[in-house]
Structures are given as C-alpha cells and as structure tokens.
Ligand binder design. Structure first.
Ligand code: F0G
Length: 459
C-alpha cells in the first residue's frame, strides 16, 4: 500500500508513564550529574534514545513464554527450544547460551585471542575490541573508506574493505584466529553489510583457512536493508536472506538484547565441536551450566520467541521506516546526519552542526546535553568523550568523528514520540550557534564517558 503513515504493527496492551520534568529541574540534574547523561535517573527522561540494547518492548507471546519458562538447572525444555531456534536460524549446531553479547566475546577471545594474534573485523564494537585487547591481541578494523564520509550516502557503509582484508591475511594469515563481520556495523552508524561483501569476505577467509564469524546483534535489520538496497534481493523472503548471511560463517555470537527483542540474553554458536567443548568449559566457570549460561529459563524462552518475531516483515518494514522517518525529519530541520540512516538509529554529525565548538570542548556531548535540557531527550555521545585520547606528551587527540547517536528502542515509541524529537531538534537548530562547549573536569582512565564529569566552557 502506498500510504505515508507509519503504522506501528502492534497495539499497546501495557503502558509506562514517561518522565516529565520542568526545564529548571533538568538544568539542576545536568549540573548535579556533571553534564553526563549516564547520571540522569531514567524517570527524569522523557524520550530515552540512549540505546536500543535491552530496551525492547516484549510481545504478549513473549510474556506468555516467560510464564512457561522451565527453571530446571540442567536440561530445561526452554533451553532445547532456544537451541532449536538458534540452530534453525544460523545453521550452526553448537549452541551456547550466555547472559549477553560481551560474555560470548569474553569466552571466545579467552580461547582464540592472545599475544601476537591479530583479530580483523569490518569494525569491532567497543566491548568486542576490549575483549580482544584484554587477551593482549590486536583488534584491527578494515571498514571501507566510504564509512568515514559522514554526509555522503552509500548503501553499505558497514562493508569490509576486501582488498585490505586479502592483504592482511596474506601478510599475517597464521596470526589471525578469526575475521569478524559485525552486522549491522554499529560503530560506523548501524550501517549494513551487503551480501556481496559477506560472500567475498568468506571466499577470502576460506582461501587463507581463517574462520569467519558474525557479530549478529542486529542480523534481521541487516537482512532487511539487503532486501531494500541490494540488487537481486527485493523479492526474497527475509528468512532466506538471513539463511544465506549465516551460510558464510563458521561461528557467530549475538547480543540478543537487540534483534531478539528481549531485555537480557545472548548466545555463541559454532560449527567446530572441539572449540565448542572448550567454550563450554569456560562457560561453566564464569556464566553457568551449559543449558542456561547465566540466563533464567524464562529468558531463553523469550529469546526463542523473539528470534521468530523479528523476522516478521511487517515489523521490519515499520522498524526501518521509522528510523528513516527520523532521519528525514532531522535533515529537514537542517541537522547533518550519517547518510543514509542505518538500522537502529540516526547518528547526528555534531562537528558539522556545531562547527564553532572545537573537539576539545566536546561538541557532541554539548549537543546531547542540550537535547536533554531543552526537551528531556537522552542520547549518547560517540565522539571525543568516548574515543578521545591523550598523546604521550599529554596532548589531546580527538576522535575521528563527533557524533550523537539517537538509538531507537524496538516497539517502544510511536510516531508522535519521534515527531516530538524532530520538533526539539528544529528548535535547537534555530540557535545552534549560541551553544557552548564543555570542559572535561574529571575523567577515569578507561571508558571515560561513563563516569566523566564536565562543566560549561567559558564563553
Ligand atoms: N556487539 C555489538 C555490535 C553491539 O552493539 C553490542 C552492544 C555488543 C556486541 C555487546 O553486547 O551489550 O549484550 O554485552 N551494544 C550496545 C549499544 C551496548 O548500545 O550499542 P552486550
């Protein structure tokens, strides 16, 4: 149907109040929280776009599954349902439940990382990189050059540079324990990877005898974007696209807090029984027995149901259309964004929007705080507060980009919530030049952005 209105493909059975506050209250909360939005209590946030992780609304079917959850320590029926679903989805036989994505990463890199190893990816997500680096291996990103051109559209900015991949494997082959394709590629804006790119990456990996893994937190959104953007896929069912995507990998892990539409969960799935055996040993030490891995039986049940629901094409059409709609609204309001918007949110280019604020005064954090001050909207900075570094001489080294991520939780907000976000942005754009930067007052050594304290810079 050629209707313009986005229809949320659900009706609402249970509601939660939003956190209305006054401008004075928000000013106070910002000051008290050191201009760090992680310090704002959630009930003081009106629209929370901090993350799409673990923030989905579950369906009536999933809540029913929660009641059916089998909490047996070993061999719970919920585990077997979960295992069957993950096998059907990925084609991989060895299914290991974990409590969330980074637990799978910890297990995997404890086994495959180590000094002298180089792990290659289109882009490592932060926790992936941290787990690789904790094992004292190097994490190398080989995303295509187009990903760095923020305002220039490209349908598959998440792709890996296959020439560079081949070059690296030729040079370092024996040092590379695995190649990772993150679908969608969160670090460059939730951007999809094309099937052609997956196919070519898989061919190269096979040639050099290196296994290919998918970090598949947002596999369904990636599959839908293949259907919409890649020649030859428009009439294929999204399930078939997903099957082909997984056919190229020998292993995968998922933070199920994204595309499994649940609040907690994850898995590691492998084809290699010997590696799976070792992974289960590590699992038992740190996560739990092999049939629950740090989750409740009810969580396993909800994941199994969510993995089906996410492949509903009405849902995916709504999901991706609502992200596009937010992107269109911001563009119309004169706000520069990562083009085109990807799968799970819109990333605003704060450097282009606030050219008068230098990176050392954290323009993206200043913008995120202003969105909260003006409209009670919480977003996350992905810029120099998150990725800025200090050089050996103590000099400030800015991040490559100053972005604000508006991550949209799944099945949570309606079109009017999104319209409100666009309206707040339009208001903010009227006087963007008047916005001041922030000074960093207090910072920890690692993962600074969670605990940093800032204050408005002098005019
Ligand atoms: N891989 C990707 C691509 C992710 O986006 C995340 C989490 C993880 C792995 C780790 O999973 O949180 O379940 O341990 N991303 C969240 C975000 C935190 O906000 O983008 P986790």
């Amino acid at each position: 149907m050629p209707w313009k209105t986005i229809i949320e493909p659900f009706r609402i059975k249970s509601v939660e109040p939003l956190g209305f506050t006054t401008p004075a209250e928000r000013e106070r909360l910002l000051r008290e929280g050191g201009f760090n939005l992680f310090n704002i209590p959630a009930n003081k946030v009106l629209i929370d776009l901090l993350t799409d992780s673990g923030t989905s609304a579950m369906s009536a079917e999933q809540w029913a599954g929660i009641m059916r959850g089998d909490e047996s320590y070993a061999g719970a029926t919920s585990f077997y349902r979960f295992e069957k679903k993950v096998r059907e989805l990925t084609g991989l036989r060895e299914v290991i439940p974990v409590h969330q994505g980074r637990a799978a990463e910890r297990i995997l890199f404890q086994l495959l990382g180590g000094p002298d190893k180089v792990v290659i990816a289109n882009s490592h997500f932060d926790t992936t990189r941290a787990n690789v680096e904790v094992s004292v291996a190097e994490a190398r990103d080989l995303v295509i050059g187009e990903a760095a051109r923020i305002g220039v559209p490209h349908p598959f900015k998440g792709n890996i540079d296959t020439l560079a991949l081949e070059g690296c494997l030729k040079e370092l082959g024996h040092k590379v324990p695995l190649v990772i394709m993150t679908v969608t590629n969160n670090s460059v804006g939730g951007q999809p990877v094309s099937m052609a790119n997956l196919r070519e990456a898989s061919r190269i990996c096979k040639q050099y005898g290196v296994p290919l893994f998918l970090d598949c937190a947002r596999f369904a959104e990636n599959a839908w974007l293949i259907k919409k953007r890649e020649t030859g896929f428009s009439t294929l069912p999204v399930r078939d696209i997903v099957t082909e995507m997984f056919s190229y990998c020998q292993g995968t892990w998922m933070s199920s807090k994204k595309d499994a539409l649940v609040n907690m969960g994850g898995f590691l799935a492998l084809s290699d029984p010997a590696l799976a055996k070792k992974a289960r040993e590590v699992l038992i030490i740190g996560e739990g027995f092999t049939t629950y891995g740090g989750l409740s039986g009810r969580d396993l049940e909800a994941v199994a149901i969510g993995l089906d629901e996410v492949l509903d094409e009405e849902y995916l059409a709504y999901r991706i259309r609502s992200i596009e709609y937010l992107g269109e609204g911001l563009r119309k309001a004169g706000v520069p964004i990562v083009e085109p918007p990807g799968g799970h949110g819109v990333y605003v280019d704060a450097k282009a929007f606030l050219p008068h604020i230098p990176s050392r005064l954290y323009p993206a954090q200043a913008l995120a705080c202003e969105l909260y001050r003006l409209g009670g909207i919480r977003t996350v900075e992905i810029g120099s507060l998150m990725f800025g570094k200090k050089g050996k001489d103590g000099a400030f080294i800015p991040a490559r980009a100053e972005l604000v991520r508006l991550a949209v939780p799944r099945r949570v907000y309606t079109q009017s919530h999104i319209d409100y976000v666009i309206e707040v942005f339009a208001k903010l754009a009227e006087d963007a030049r008047g916005l001041r930067g922030l000074d960093l007052i207090e910072a920890s050594e690692h993962l600074t952005h969670f605990t940093a304290k800032l204050a408005p810079a002098a005019a």
